[in-house]
Design a protein around this ligand. Structure first.
Ligand SMILES: *Cc1c(COP(=O)(O)O)cnc(C)c1O
Length: 222
């Protein structure tokens, strides 16, 4: 493994462990998802080679280009979809991803339910919540959580937790705390929250899945 990625994953793991210790949680309760969007196969492979197996991509088409080759080499790799999903790609996504973090509307739940019944593969899903009620952002309104959870249950879409992306440039902790409260209220055990800039705060507030790109791979080209 290259020295740079070796050092960055060691540093991220150390910060995760410290946050877990402060929160009196077990470090193993928090899954690190290495966000590999925009990264080449060559950039991703060293991390897999070092034994890190859980990755996140934000686009179905990009994942379909990169991951068949990587999975042939590393069959135990686990792939999470963290970006918005169009209903017409639900079938492809359900077949390719082990988890989908961006379930956020009735039409997508219907499409996923159909895909799951057709191909028998049922990814773990997170309901994405638009936690800051931002107009331009994906995610369902807080008020819509109960009806979407009911619909998912009826259609055999396995929702195991909630996911959010808090508003940029403000203190994220209140939003993480709110997502944790909503999950608890609905009996959901998993929380996908926290990225490179704020994952320690997310762990303190109960994150079970953190999605970290830049802190592992360096800045993304724009
Ligand atoms: C890109 C992305 C991340 C990772 O962001 P970093 O700041 O690079 O850690 C996490 N979650 C989602 C939904 C993303 O699109």
């Amino acid at each position: 493994m290259s020295k740079a990625i070796d050092e960055s994953i060691t540093a991220v793991r150390a910060e995760m462990a410290q946050a877990a210790r402060i929160a009196r949680r077990k470090a193993a309760e928090v899954q690190l998802i290495a966000v590999s969007k925009t990264r080449s196969i060559e950039a991703i492979r060293p991390l897999l080679g070092a034994g890190h197996l859980v990755f996140g991509e934000n686009r179905v088409a990009e994942a379909a280009e990169k991951w068949p080759a990587l999975r042939a080499e590393f069959p135990d790799a686990e792939l999470h979809l963290i970006g918005q999903l169009q209903s017409n790609k639900a079938g492809e996504a359900a077949a390719m991803f082990d988890a989908i973090h961006s379930v956020d509307r009735a039409s997508l739940i219907t499409a996923l339910g159909k895909a799951i019944r057709a191909n028998g593969k049922s990814p773990r899903c997170f309901l994405q919540v638009n936690i800051g009620a931002e107009e331009q952002k994906g995610g369902c309104a807080i008020a819509d959580i109960p009806v979407l959870l009911d619909q998912a249950k009826q259609q055999s879409v396995n929702i195991t937790g909630l996911m959010c992306l808090p508003p940029a440039d403000v203190e994220p902790a209140p939003y993480f705390a709110l997502l944790a409260e909503l999950a608890e209220r609905h009996g959901l055990k998993q929380l996908s929250m926290g990225m490179s800039d704020d994952f320690p705060a997310a762990i303190l507030l109960g994150a079970t899945h953190i999605r970290v790109g830049t802190a592992l791979f360096g800045p993304r080209a724009r």
